[in-house]
Design a binder for this molecule. Structure first.
Ligand code: DC
Length: 234
């Protein structure tokens, strides 16, 4: 499918921000990556910011509750910290979920996310994915989407992904870790995972990646049309 979207004027002059939230392995990462490429937008996975912080904590041997140290690491993060292949590790995902419960840690990461949203390094705006993007980080994002999928489907996707880097992985363990992380992410007091009031809801359980991207592009096209921008999808 050739997708040609002419994004000009209107909301793009003010820097289009698309907020995509949802639980782990819901498909939001793959969808955000593909759609941002098609639309020439900068893609930021805010989960990788929390993972990069967790990796620093892990590598520097800092206690998980040494928040003054963790906050000073948070303030030193830059885009180059978000590239490490180690961010995929499942122990790092769990640690990221744990340290992200702390309100001061979340607060310390807000500026980094917001300054990238205000001035993306390239592209015509930003697609930023995470847990609290539409509710807390960018409550005024022009487009908000909440992506979810059934736990069995998510576990299977994450299992296949992790299997590529770790052969000793069990589906049941991956599923239990996702459930544990969901519980923490949905139930924490500060910035819990939930759809913003005005978010579009997308359940990807029965859709393939092409179909998911089509739905998301449709939402953007509709927004674009309402804002008098030209938007063509072939
Ligand atoms: O999206 P991910 O699986 O890479 O995220 C890892 C953890 O980081 C997730 O379990 C919770 C935390 N996180 C968060 O609290 N807020 C975000 N906006 C993104 C991630």
């Amino acid at each position: 499918m050739i997708l040609l979207i002419l994004l000009e004027g209107g909301f793009l002059k003010n820097n289009l921000i698309i907020a995509i939230d949802g639980p782990g392995a819901s498909g939001k990462g793959t969808i955000s990556k593909l759609v941002s490429k098609k639309l020439n937008m900068f893609h930021l996975n805010s989960g990788s910011i929390y993972r990069a912080l967790a990796l620093m904590v892990n590598q520097k041997g800092v206690e998980h509750n040494d928040f003054p140290a963790i906050i000073s690491f948070a303030k030193s993060l830059s885009l180059k910290n978000l590239d490490s292949p180690e961010l995929k590790r499942d122990d790092i995902a769990i640690l990221a979920s744990k340290i992200s419960e702390n309100p001061r840690v979340r607060e310390a990461l807000l500026d980094f996310q917001r300054s990238l949203g205000a001035r993306p390094p390239f592209g015509k705006g930003i697609i930023i994915e995470g847990r609290d993007i539409g509710t807390v980080v960018f409550p005024n994002a022009q487009i908000k989407i909440f992506i979810d999928a059934d736990i069995e489907i998510r576990a299977d996707r994450r299992y296949k992904d992790l299997k590529k880097i770790n052969d000793n992985i069990e589906l049941e363990d991956v599923k239990n870790q996702l459930i544990e992380r969901d519980n923490r992410d949905y139930n924490r007091t500060t910035s819990p995972l939930r759809p913003a009031e005005n978010a579009h809801l997308l359940n990807t359980s029965k859709l393939d990646i092409e179909q998911c991207c089509s739905v998301v592009c449709g939402i953007i096209e509709e927004h674009s049309a309402k804002n008098n921008n030209k938007c063509y999808i072939d």
